[in-house]
Design a binder for this molecule. Structure first.
Ligand SMILES: Nc1ncnc2c1ncn2[C@@H]1O[C@H](COP(=O)(O)OP(=O)(O)O)[C@@H](O)[C@H]1O
Ligand SMILES: [Mg+2]
Length: 219
């Protein structure tokens, strides 16, 4: 599903990724842990096509069979919209839109019809136990509910991979545990692939594979 080779990233003279190699199978849940500043977010942003690596000899990035480094910006945006889902520490829902509208937005960007999209968004919100909250705005939802709306939004276009950066970093223990169980349920039921950066040891250890990042490398 993901094949990355010799990924480098410089911010000016700061060498943040120093040649990361990574191979992730479809349906795998991989956790990435490591000290603050190790480069985890930078790596996730590059795997998620939100940022670009510095290309060196042998640098490669393939996701779901697509050679990411050869896509122009327009093709990259479309690929990201259709194939990738994102869950961040702070849900990044749009505050002036309802839960239902937030979930629908990536599908509208993909050009899907309103009726088809709303039906699918309602189905997802229902599946995530939020059918009674669909008309509420993020500010009226608990942290755990907001994060489940963000999960529904990440799923609306049936992505090949979901990237999560500290998804439970802002949640209480019970909401965090529920969110973690949800990831595994989504994997078991739909074969969803996850790459999760986390400081939560329990989540990191539940994953199929735990990768430890240190000083810009995954040894
Ligand atoms: N946009 C940026 N510009 C300059 N330096 C950055 C930028 N983003 C991250 N860094 C630096 O890159 C290093 C790795 O950051 P990051 O990937 O956020 O680490 P982590 O997520 O593991 O804590 C840090 O030293 C950070 O200060
Ligand atoms: Mg980070």
């Amino acid at each position: 599903m993901i094949q990355a080779k010799n990924l480098h990233k410089y911010y000016d003279k700061l060498h943040v990724l120093k040649g990361v190699d990574l191979h992730i199978e479809k349906g795998e849940i991989v956790s990435i842990v490591g000290a603050s500043g190790a480069g985890k977010t930078t790596l996730l942003q590059i795997l998620g096509t939100l940022d670009k690596p510095n290309v060196e000899n042998g640098t490669e990035l393939q996701i779901d069979g697509e050679n990411i480094l050869q896509l122009n910006d327009k093709a990259l945006s479309r690929f990201r919209n259709l194939k990738l889902g994102f869950i961040f520490q702070f849900h990044q829902l749009l505050p002036e839109f309802t839960a239902l509208e937030n979930v629908c937005i990536p599908a509208f960007i993909a050009g899907k019809s309103k009726s088809e999209t709303e039906a699918e968004a309602k189905r997802l919100l229902d599946y995530l136990g939020l059918s009674h909250r669909i008309d509420h705005k993020p500010g009226e939802l608990s942290g755990g509910e907001q994060q489940r709306v963000a999960v529904a939004r990440s799923l609306i276009n049936k992505p090949a991979v979901i990237f999560a950066d500290e998804p439970s970093g802002n949640l209480d223990t019970v909401s965090a545990e529920n969110l973690h169980q949800l990831f595994f349920k989504l994997r078991d039921e739909f074969g969803q692939t996850f790459v999760i950066v986390t400081h939560n040891e329990e989540l990191a250890n539940m994953a199929d594979r735990k990768l430890v990042m240190s000083d810009g490398l995954i040894p």
